[in-house]
Design a binder for this molecule. Structure first.
Ligand SMILES: N[C@@H](CCC[C@H](N)C(=O)O)C(=O)O
Length: 356
């Protein structure tokens, strides 16, 4: 596959990237060619201290080591259709891609196409790695739930690890711990939800505990009931309006109403918004409008925020299946430690290289 697609003078796709990629591939497309120039040392290798040779990357990702000026090698991943361009950035603490380049890469018609670009950077403060992400509009969020599952699976490719693994990841939301399970799914300790209004942040008047739970927010002339939760990044969760308390989420016109929540004056850092339907006391259905990315097929931090909001509003138990357009996530808000746990898949879509 050596086709060259001309985009603009400053941005060309190389090695025949797919713009419209199939969802849920049985086996990933492969566009990168194996061509190892060097091997990265791995402190996680059990034999690292005894062997002169550092362990090899998984053969699928050896092409990431090719050093060619102006070329970005990457692996595209998705978590329930929330898709990301994953970049091996372990040799520098500065992302290899600028926010402006990320916008072009994420473009679905003339770019690779993705909801964001994620960088695997060196760890800090006793963590194994640092995760940074640019949304498709170039803004930088604090955290990404589907992204961190992809991140964990990408590390196993980079480090050629097999079986159950767990990593300590530094993010803008603090320490996050994803764990690869025996079935290949990734369970993530997403930490504690933040409910204190100024820390979310929201300017919606808070209750006596400082939280915004089932409060009124007028958007586009309609009074919505909203609960605000931060999972490191801000979320505004709604189960309905004052007039109609129970949403039918398929009826929501996301493209119209989503941006009005995102840019509402009550959210000084903008917000992600989840529209939720209660199916049962352990089953929720949601659609999401993401800050900086628009309508996506899934949002991991959003699903976590939704379960926290559902418990606080008295709709569900603490352990729920959250059904998203891209598929289900299992979410538990554990009483013992106040942490939220998210379990779901992460898959390779394809391997590629692009001229920046
Ligand atoms: N899709 C992500 C969230 C990505 C960040 C979000 N758009 C924001 O700006 O906060 C997820 O799975 O959590």
């Amino acid at each position: 596959m050596a086709a060259s697609i001309s985009l603009t003078q400053s941005f060309r796709l190389r090695d025949a990237l797919v713009a419209a990629h199939p969802f849920r591939l049985a086996s990933p497309f492969r566009f990168g060619r194996s061509f190892p120039l060097f091997q990265n040392p791995s402190s996680r290798s059990p034999s690292a201290s005894m062997s002169v040779q550092a362990p090899k990357k998984s053969p699928d990702v050896e092409f990431l080591d090719r050093r060619e000026s102006g070329i970005l090698h990457f692996v595209k991943y998705h978590g329930l259709g929330n898709d990301f361009i994953m970049v091996d950035n372990r040799n520098s603490s500065e992302p290899k891609v600028t926010p402006e380049q990320a916008v072009k890469l994420c473009e679905r018609n003339i770019g690779v196409g993705a909801d964001g670009v994620i960088f695997v950077l060196p760890g800090v403060n006793d963590t194994d790695y640092t995760m940074r992400i640019f949304n498709s509009d170039g803004s930088e969020p604090e955290m990404c739930g589907n992204g961190i599952r992809c991140f964990a699976r990408f590390i196993t490719e980079l480090e050629n690890l097999h079986g159950m693994q767990s990593f300590r990841i530094h993010t803008g939301a603090g320490l996050i711990v994803p764990e690869i399970q025996s079935d290949g799914k990734v369970k993530v300790d997403m930490g504690q939800p933040i409910l204190h209004a100024p820390d979310i942040p929201t300017m919606i008047p808070a209750d006596k505990n400082g939280s915004v739970i089932k409060a009124e927010l007028v958007v586009d002339g309609i009074s919505w009931n909203v609960t605000c939760v931060s999972m490191g990044n801000p979320h505004c969760v709604t189960f309905g309006t004052k007039k109609c308390e129970a949403l039918q989420v398929d009826d929501i016109k996301l493209e119209d109403i989503g941006p009005k929540f995102e840019h509402h004056e009550m959210f000084p850092s903008r917000t992600n918004t989840e529209f939720v339907q209660v199916i049962s006391c352990s089953h929720l259905k949601m659609r999401v409008w993401e800050r900086g990315a628009g309508a996506t097929l899934a949002c991991g931090t959003g699903a976590c925020a939704v379960v926290v909001a559902a418990v606080l509003e008295g709709h569900t138990e603490r352990h729920c299946v959250v059904e998203l357009p891209g598929g289900p996530l299992e979410i538990e808000w554990r009483e013992e430690d106040n942490h939220v746990y998210m379990t779901g898949p992460a898959e390779v879509v394809f391997y590629g290289s692009v001229a920046l």
